[in-house]
Ligand binder design. Structure first.
Ligand code: SF4
Ligand code: SF4
Length: 72
């Protein structure tokens, strides 16, 4: 079993524009765009597959992703 990530992205749907930059930036492809309340929003599909690298948070032009530390 791979160890769980030390941090997971938390996406703020109010700030997310659905641009998809974070989806493209995620090496293990665990983010996707989904329609929620008639808007496209980035969603973490597979938290167990996330490495906690924070590339998505760095890439987001709208400051919609913050990394939340996980208790290990
Ligand atoms: S922290 Fe890294 S692995 Fe996790 S969703 Fe963001 S880009 Fe993908
Ligand atoms: S990069 Fe930011 S604004 Fe664009 S889809 Fe991802 S979370 Fe939303």
């Amino acid at each position: 079993m791979p160890s769980p990530p030390a941090a997971l992205p938390v996406i703020n749907p109010a700030r997310c524009t659905g641009c998809g930059w974070c989806v493209a930036a995620c090496p293990p492809h665990v983010l996707s765009l989904q329609v929620q309340q008639w808007r496209k929003t980035s969603v973490l599909d597979d938290p167990a597959g996330c490495t906690g690298c924070a590339r998505c948070a760095v890439r987001c032009p709208f400051g919609a992703i913050r990394m939340r530390r996980e208790a290990l």
